[in-house]
Design a protein around this ligand. Structure first.
Ligand SMILES: Cc1cc2nc3c(=O)[nH]c(=O)nc-3n(C[C@H](O)[C@H](O)[C@H](O)COP(=O)(O)OP(=O)(O)OC[C@H]3O[C@@H](n4cnc5c(N)ncnc54)[C@H](O)[C@@H]3O)c2cc1C
Length: 373
């Protein structure tokens, strides 16, 4: 396709800040830039109309910590990094809520609970043993009293007990994305879907080349491409695909609020009188190390089994199935990467599995890096 004079010389010219990636990080980065510099021309592009990665395909958990994940992470990372990430998630959530409003992002603080069965009884015992210590650290870090509490009763089938976090909530991912998108538009940020970047170079100016051979010049380039960044620049990110299913509408929901099982590998919540269930990535880790948005039948079959046996205790129909792609550290690191690649070129990526919570912080951090603050 040949682009017109108008498209080349006006729509995509004289750009001060070109953000690649219209996910939560790209949109919020653009918002922060425009608020700081209202006269700047800020453009966000994406290969898909409204982004095609994780931000419109996630589960909407407004979560910051669960006990089994903390214990697992402490095996692979330093306590500073593990609790530092939790603090960033918690602060990020507060920013997201205060900037866009609970109603507009569909935030409901119903709490969360991690359930345990005979299959993972050891996790439960370790969790109970560690509760007090973790609560003390979280009180010091976040100022929250008794984040985790143990309850021996739970209505779900086969459950031995559950560890609750009363400070977590759930979001409506669709409402939240619409709200942030509209906020960006109102500020005068230009949002263009359907433009895929193939490569970039820096000489006198920064230039990106798209897959349909368009060259776009910009004074500053910011990659908010999360899992896909390794296609564009060298970076420590491994793609992790996640599968999600949603049940039919029912009148008698078996549970409400956020739920986790098996160290967070399974997660589910209520939405519009349905149950949304995601995860089981541990059933095919190799197959899910992929940048391809596609269904994994092994995992979908396992999620359907889990939905019937562990959540409902009876067979239910599934109305929706999809996948999305997360960006993780190759050695399980959970801290995002926010840095200058070279002058005028920046990355804000690797948001991991709780990236909604981190997104506001990361978008703020990259703008600080750009201003040398
Ligand atoms: C199934 C699933 C469930 C999740 N559940 C939760 C949850 O409940 N709670 C939570 O906190 N987090 C969750 N996450 C993680 C969270 O959604 C992500 O961490 C967060 O959305 C990342 O935002 P982002 O803007 O960095 O990346 P993305 O939303 O992935 O955005 C990156 C964008 O870059 C675009 N892009 C990439 N390459 C190019 C290119 N070459 N040219 C143009 N555009 C390009 C992509 O199309 C994409 O839109 C989940 C993720 C998945 C996949």
């Amino acid at each position: 396709m040949n682009y017109s004079y108008w498209e080349k010389e006006y729509l995509l010219a004289d750009i001060d800040y070109l953000v690649i990636g219209m996910g939560l990080v790209g949109l919020q980065t653009a918002i922060n830039l425009k608020e700081k510099e209202p006269t700047a021309k800020v453009v966000v592009i994406d290969r898909h109309a409204w982004g095609l990665g994780a931000s419109t395909r996630n589960a909407g958990f407004a979560c910051f910590a669960n006990v089994s994940e903390i214990l697992d992470d402490l095996q692979n990372d330093t306590p500073e990094n593990v609790y530092g990430t939790i603090k960033k998630r918690y602060q990020g959530l507060q920013k997201l809520r205060s900037k866009f409003g609970d109603k507009n992002i569909g935030y409901l603080e119903k709490g969360s609970c991690e359930i345990f069965t005979n299959e993972n009884k050891t996790y439960l015992l370790n969790g109970i043993d560690s509760l007090q210590g973790i609560n003390t650290i979280l009180y010091n870090e976040l100022g929250l009293d008794n984040v985790f509490t143990y309850k021996s009763n739970n209505s779900l089938p086969n459950t031995l007990g559950a560890i609750h976090n009363n400070f977590e909530g759930q979001l409506n991912t669709g409402k939240m994305y619409n709200t942030i998108y509209a906020f960006a538009q109102q500020l005068g940020i230009l949002l263009y879907g359907g433009i895929e970047v193939e490569s970039w170079k820096k000489e006198d100016t920064v230039e990106v080349k798209t897959t349909d051979d368009l060259t776009i010049k910009t004074s500053n380039l910011i990659f908010c491409t999360n899992a896909f960044t390794s296609k564009l620049t060298e970076v420590d990110i491994a793609p992790c695909r996640g599968q999600v299913i949603v049940s039919e509408r029912v009148t008698d929901l078996p549970c409400e609020g956020l739920h986790h099982f098996d160290g967070g590998y399974y997660y589910w919540r209520d939405i519009d009188n349905r149950i949304l269930l995601g995860g089981a990535r541990n059933k095919d880790v190799y197959g899910e190390t992929s940048l391809e948005i596609a269904q994994n039948e092994t995992i979908i079959t396992e999620l359907k089994r889990f939905m019937n046996e562990q959540i409902f205790g009876k067979k239910v129909a599934i109305d929706y199935e999809w996948s999305g792609i997360m960006g993780m550290g190759k050695n399980q690191e959970k801290l995002p990467i926010v840095k200058e690649v070279e002058p005028n070129i920046y990355i804000a990526v690797r948001l991991g599995g709780m990236g909604v919570a981190l997104s506001a912080n990361v978008a703020e951090e990259v703008v600080k890096v750009m201003s040398n603050e």
